[in-house]
Design a protein around this ligand. Structure first.
Ligand SMILES: Nc1nc2c(ncn2[C@@H]2O[C@H](COP(=O)(O)OP(=O)(O)OP(=O)(O)O)[C@@H](O)[C@H]2O)c(=O)[nH]1
Length: 319
């Protein structure tokens, strides 16, 4: 079978197996076409999956000491950082029940030992190709085409997910809403292509302000962006907002024959202690309210809402 070239170029395969001989066999089959790394235990495997660059596909044994392949696969699938990496089980267990269990915990394929080299290569190439197509479709569905940050749909889904996660782990969550000041003036005087460039520049600055896998920046309206910061310490709020304002202040003014136009923005941040009685919409409204205060009181500034918690979340977060 011809393996599609784009599926094999530079792809990274991680082999997870407690038997060195098995790793060597698979590695020798694949090393000409792929960058192959391996882990002999699940702790090392977990770390490698969270390191950059991440593997593009994982080949995983099932019977391993401490934590078996089913458990590790479940953990990786439940984790937003590793969720999208396809996992193929390679196991001596050949019963239909074992296979079904593998698919139930999220594997994309299941191969029974002893493996046949040509079949293994073909299956890897197919899953890499399918995964690339899925990611491309996701980008179309979830990415703002101008600024390349997430769109409003992705923002809504991520906010729900992070809200649930912060509720479960009793972590504070911050929501920052950013709105460009007098953007209509820039568009009207300098044209929409300069306006578009301003939006892209601001998106880049906002993207640089997020550093953790659960955090995100999204364009949620014409000149409006929203950022989610999970497990966010309230004492970091002022520094975070000020550093964004400082970066925007460094953007040179846009000029034309009529004059100079300095790009500024206003921001409202809410910090919430999510619980089952509150709603992510409360966080959004609180941030929007303080953003409105900024707009009313002169723009080019930020405002923080009072940290919000219910009695239930206060007890959970501060016990
Ligand atoms: N260049 C460009 N402009 C856009 C885009 N989407 C929306 N806009 C413009 O963004 C401007 C938003 O203006 P408003 O929300 O009315 O507010 P503003 O002028 O920024 O004023 P304040 O928010 O009160 O500071 C409008 O002129 C829209 O036409 C886009 O994709 N590209």
């Amino acid at each position: 079978m011809d393996i599609p070239q784009e599926a094999v170029q530079r792809a990274r395969v991680l082999i997870i197996d407690d038997e060195a001989s098995q790793i060597m066999t698979i590695r020798s089959t694949l090393h000409a076409d792929y960058e192959v790394s391996f882990a002999c235990n699940t702790d090392d495997a977990y770390k490698l999956c969270h390191q950059f660059p991440q593997p593009d596909i994982i080949l995983m044994d099932i019977v391993m000491p401490k934590c078996n392949g089913y458990q590790l696969c479940s953990m990786l699938k439940a984790d937003a950082v590793t969720h999208d990496i396809p996992i193929i089980f390679i196991s001596g267990n050949e019963s239909a029940e074992d296979m079904a269990k593998g698919f139930n915990v999220g594997c994309v394929d299941y191969l029974v030992k002893p493996i046949r080299q040509t079949e293994l290569k073909a299956r890897i190439a197919t899953h890499l190709s399918l995964n690339r197509q899925t990611r491309a479709l996701e980008r179309l569905a979830y990415q703002d085409p101008l600024t390349l940050v997430a769109n409003r749909r992705k923002f809504n889904e991520t906010l729900q997910r992070e809200w649930a996660r912060c509720t479960r782990y009793h972590q504070p969550l911050a929501l920052l809403i950013v709105d460009l000041d007098d953007f209509k003036v820039i568009n009207d005087n300098l044209g929409h292509s300069v306006g578009d460039q301003c939006l892209t520049t601001v998106a880049g600055i906002l993207r640089n302000s997020i550093h953790r896998p659960g955090d995100m920046v999204a364009r949620i309206g014409g000149d409006e962006f929203a950022l989610i910061f999970s497990d966010f310490e309230p004492c970091a709020a002022e520094t975070k907002c000020q550093s964004i304002l400082d970066s925007v202040a460094l953007i040179p003014p846009q000029k034309n024959a009529q004059g100079e136009y300095k790009l500024t923005l206003s921001m409202g941040m809410s910090i919430m202690y999510p619980d089952t009685k509150s709603d992510s919409f409360d966080a959004f409204q609180a941030a929007d309210r303080v953003l409105y205060e900024c707009k009313k009181s002169g723009k080019n500034r930020y405002e923080l809402s009072k940290p919000y918690y219910t009695t239930e979340s206060k007890l959970a977060h501060f016990k």
